[in-house]
Ligand binder design. Structure first.
Ligand code: ADP
Ligand code: 5GP
Length: 211
């Protein structure tokens, strides 16, 4: 009996939310639960927050280091967000895809749209807070940003929410475990997409996609 074999190529999952929307918390839970997922660590020129480590949450760069990588075409995309630069190093994504992982990225709206246009095989998910009042409460509760930073993030949030319909999926992060489950469902479904599959027969001959 000849058995069919399916081989799947890695995919990119881009998550956006207004600051305080719950992205980091949700992504952390997904990474803990799913060893096929890996996280693309962005580069940023912002100062590390308390508890953040270089090479874990971000690669913390000086403006000069960041500009150097821009000149070397080392980013898939980069953007100025809340007064700092953030970018997706090509090396981060490529090495993880080559290692057979699905790569999850936490990008702002501009970065997500740019990556979506550039990389066909990219799933974008927007996480909405239940309300602006809840967003403000969560930002304050996190206790990591100055009053000025909180105000700037809330102001930006209004514009970001208007872009939600540009994404493939929208979730409202009301109940955290429920949001995490919904994210898992989306990722799992994406893994079965035919466009990402190579079908071989038992002799290794590729049957689909046809050349
Ligand atoms: P982001 O990475 O999008 O800026 P965080 O993951 O840091 O957001 O979340 C902001 C704060 O809100 C954190 O203190 C987090 O624990 C809390 N939070 C996230 N999701 C929920 C939720 N569904 N209910 C209550 N608190 C939440
Ligand atoms: P924070 O400073 O709260 O960690 O992140 C601020 C914003 O920058 C968030 O909206 C986050 O999604 C975005 N961001 C983080 N890394 C990147 C990146 O590599 N590219 C882009 N375009 N945005 C990013």
């Amino acid at each position: 009996m000849i058995e069919f074999e399916l081989k799947r190529t890695g995919m990119l999952i881009v998550v956006s939310a207004p600051s305080g929307g719950g992205k980091s918390t949700i992504i952390r839970a997904l990474l803990e639960a799913d060893s096929s997922l890996d996280y693309s660590i962005s580069a940023t020129t912002r100062e590390p927050r308390e508890g953040e480590e270089d090479g874990r949450e971000y690669h913390f760069y000086t403006i000069e280091q960041f500009k150097q990588l821009v000149e070397e075409d080392g980013f898939y995309e980069y953007a100025e967000v809340h007064g700092n630069y953030y970018g997706t190093p090509r090396e981060e994504v490529d090495s993880k895809l080559e290692a057979g992982k699905d790569v999850i990225l936490d990008l702002d709206v501009q970065g997500s749209m740019r990556l979506h246009k550039m990389v066909r095989d990219c799933t974008t998910i927007f996480i909405l807070p239940p309300s602006m009042a809840t967003l403000e409460k969560r930002l304050r509760g996190r206790g990591q940003d100055s009053e000025e930073a909180i105000q700037r993030r809330l102001e930006n949030a209004r514009g970001e929410v208007r872009m939600a319909d540009q994404y493939d999926y929208i979730l409202v992060n009301r109940d955290l475990p429920e949001t995490i489950e919904n994210m898992k469902t989306i990722i799992e479904a994406q893994r079965f997409r035919a466009s990402r599959m190579v079908v071989r027969d038992g002799f290794g001959t590729v049957l689909a996609p046809q050349a």
